[in-house]
Design a protein around this ligand. Structure first.
Ligand SMILES: [Cu+2]
Length: 155
């Protein structure tokens, strides 16, 4: 008797939108999958009133989001990705809670790291989690959770 198990690999990818956009989604998908190794780090640089994002992670993996403010004004980083997860903060960010969602304010020239683990979702589909600056509403982007399915034989 032959049994088939379906395995899912998911990636969490940040995308910045707005004036200073540097798109990461143009990257070859295969190289993203191959790079899905220990280093689960997303770098978010705030500059020119926008976000520049780099890196990706996987649901279920401990993830570090490094916030770097290279701008001349204070910026915030908030996302509904943080809604139901515990976030551990290191470095120079001030946690602000407004409208039920945490935001992390980073002063110019400062850096902070947020550690969290986002669990797998029940739905097997692409999900989006917006992120934004609660100080400047035009500063925003989103995290995409992209699920890819594969099959392995068993039995
Ligand atoms: Cu801002």
């Amino acid at each position: 008797m032959r049994a088939w198990a379906r395995t899912y690999t998911a990636l969490l990818i940040p995308i910045a939108v707005g004036a200073a956009t540097v798109s990461m989604i143009g990257t070859d998908t295969r190289s993203i999958v191959q790079a899905a190794e220990p280093e689960m780090k997303i770098e978010v640089t705030m500059k020119n009133q926008g976000y520049v994002v780099k890196g990706h992670t996987s649901p279920g993996a401990l993830t570090a989001i490094v916030l770097r403010n290279e701008d001349t004004t204070k910026h915030g980083f908030s996302s509904n990705l943080f809604k139901h997860v515990t976030v551990r903060k290191e470095g120079d960010a001030v946690e602000v809670t407004g409208h039920g969602v945490k935001s992390y304010h980073v002063e110019p020239g400062k850096t902070a790291t947020l550690y969290f683990t986002k669990g797998h979702s029940a739905e097997r589909e692409t999900l989006q989690y917006p992120f934004w600056c609660d100080i400047h509403t035009h500063m925003k982007g989103e995290f995409l959770i992209v699920e890819t399915a594969g099959e392995i034989g068993g039995g």
